[in-house]
Design a protein around this ligand. Structure first.
Ligand code: IMP
Ligand code: MG
Length: 171
C-alpha cells in the first residue's frame, strides 16, 4: 500500500487554530459541550479545544465504524454514550471526517433527542462529493476529494492513527 502526504502537520496546525478562533467567537459566553466522536476525532478535538478561548465541557461518544473496510456498512450503532446532561446546552460535535454523512446524521439526531438547544458540527475533513444523505457541517477543516485518507486520528483497520499528517492510502 502506498502512502502520500495530502495535508502537512503545519497546514493542520494552522487550520485548526483558525477553526478554534472562529468557534470561540461564535460561542463566546455560551455553555458549550465539545462532543468528541471516538476514536478518529481524538487528536483533532484535543488540538481544537486547547485553542478555544472560552469555557468548554468535554464529552465523548463512540459509534460503530467501518470495521476493517474502506466503505461504510451504512449501519450506525452507538457503542459509548455521552455522560453529560445535554438539555438546553450548545453541543459541538467534533468529527474526524464526513463521508457518506450517515454517521454524523445519526449522531446529530441522537444528540437532539437528548434535548440539546443547539447542535453544530466541526469536521476536520469533509468529502462533500461522497454523500449518500445530505449534510453540511458548520465548520470544516479541509474539503477533500473522495479518496481514503489516514493519519491525525484516521485509521485503516486501526492502523495509522498516530501519523501526525494526513496521507492518502492507495493500493
Ligand atoms: P460516513 O458515515 O460515511 O460519513 O463515515 C464517517 C466515518 O467513517 C468517519 O467518522 C470515519 O471514522 C470513517 N471514514 C470515512 N472516510 C474515511 C477515510 O477516508 N479514512 C478513514 N476513515 C474514514
Ligand atoms: Mg469517525
Amino acid at each position: 500500500m502506498a502512502q502520500t502526504t495530502l495535508i502537512s502537520k503545519d497546514q493542520i496546525d494552522q487550520r485548526v487554530a483558525e477553526m478554534a478562533r472562529e468557534i470561540s467567537t461564535e460561542f463566546a459566553g455560551s455553555d458549550l459541550i465539545a462532543l468528541c466522536v471516538l476514536k478518529g476525532a481524538m487528536f483533532f478535538c484535543a488540538d481544537l479545544v486547547r485553542r478555544m478561548t472560552m469555557d468548554v465541557a468535554l464529552d465523548f461518544i463512540q459509534i460503530s465504524s467501518y470495521g476493517n473496510q474502506k466503505y461504510s456498512s451504512g449501519v450506525v450503532t452507538i457503542l459509548k454514550e455521552p455522560q453529560l446532561d445535554m438539555r438546553g446546552k450548545n453541543v459541538l460535535i467534533v468529527e474526524d471526517i464526513i463521508d457518506s454523512g450517515l454517521s454524523i446524521r445519526e449522531v446529530t439526531t441522537y444528540i437532539e433527542s437528548r434535548g440539546a438547544a443547539k447542535v453544530k458540527t466541526a469536521a476536520f475533513l469533509d468529502k462533500p462529493k461522497a454523500r449518500k444523505v445530505p449534510f453540511t457541517p458548520e465548520y470544516v477543516g479541509f474539503s477533500i476529494d473522495p479518496q481514503f485518507v489516514i493519519g491525525y486520528g484516521l485509521d485503516f483497520a486501526e492502523k495509522y492513527r498516530n501519523i501526525p499528517e494526513v496521507q492518502v492510502l492507495s493500493d
